[in-house]
Structures are given as C-alpha cells and as structure tokens.
Design a protein around this ligand. Sequence first.
Ligand code: GLN
Length: 202
Amino acid sequence: MKKLKIGVLALQGAVSEHIEALEKVMNKLYLKGKVITVKKPEDLNDIAGLVIPGGESTTIDRLMVKTGIWERIIMLAKKGLPILGTCAGAILLAKKGDKQVEQTRTILLNLMEMKVLRNAYGRQLNSFETDVKIPEIGNKLFRAVFIRAPVIEKVWGKTKVWAKYKNKIIGAKKGNVLALTFHPELTNDLRIHEYFVKTILP
Ligand code: GLN
C-alpha cells in the first residue's frame, strides 16, 4: 500500500499530542507512512488527511491567512481531503457570517454549515472532563476533555450532528470534514483518531 502522510496544522496549539495519537493509530493499524507538521502551504502537498488542533482560534486564523495556508486548506477540503478540527479547529471550520465569532475578526474557513459559540461554557466551567456517548466509535463512553470549549449551536444543510452531550452539539460532520468541540488527543483513548484515520484509507 502507498505510504500515508497525515498532516497536523502546526501554527499554534495542541500539536504534539495529535501527532502522537495519529502515530499510535498508524502503528496499531500497521500502516506505513508518517505524520508531519504543516506550517506552510507546501507542507500540504500529498497529505491524505489534516488535523486542525485546538488552541486559540484567533491566533491560528491570523497565521493561516498570513502564511497563505488558509486558501489551500479550503481548496483541498473541497476536493475531499479528510479534515478533523478540534476545539479551536472546530471554530475555524464554521460558516462565515457567524457574527459572534467574526466579532473577533476571525475569518473562518467556511467549510461547514454550522454556527459556533466560542467559550460557550463560561468562566464557571472553563474546563472540564466528562464521559460522552459517541455511537460512531462504539458503545464504550469516551472521556472528553473540554478546555474553554465552544458549542456548536446549530447545524444545517449537509452538515450533520455527530455527537451530543446534554443536548449540546459537541461534534458535527459534513462529508470529509469532522468538527469536535473537545480535545480527543488529551486522553489515551485512540478511537476518534482511529475513526479519522480509517476515513482516510482507500
Ligand atoms: N477558546 C478557544 C478559542 O476560542 C478554544 C479553546 C481550545 O481550543 N481549547 O479559540
């Protein structure tokens, strides 16, 4: 089989944890290839999948525009590149015209029909961990880590709810693009990364 190259956008945020999780999954599935950091547009050449990590969405956004990566990600996503955006990464995938997010002058990749509320759990509940049900990865609950997490307020069009916790949307999917409001890379449970890698496989 062809060697698999998976990229992790490495402008800011929780990059190394995603790399580690993806490498473990590749080992587990006996896949040949590597996980690379994506810092400039050329790094996106021949990648089979891309993770946009959590961090600070405004910072990642500005660096994406500055480096020109932004336009290439949109182009590749439209051609079917599998993308996993977590937390800040999920915010960046949202639809343009989201006033609450755009107030921060975040440009947004505009790849999913969803409206996202930043820092939605407020000061009292800045960060927390909880077990969530994600039917797509099996019956066993997934320990989800939320850090100044957003909430996906609504989805429409081709974007579908992928996971919910207490009536709030915590995961949404549109074809090849998956957005999660929590950090799957901060636990030892590899099921979400495995799910993502399997969507990349031919
Ligand atoms: N609150 C951050 C933002 O708005 C997201 C936090 C995270 O990615 N853990 O960008």
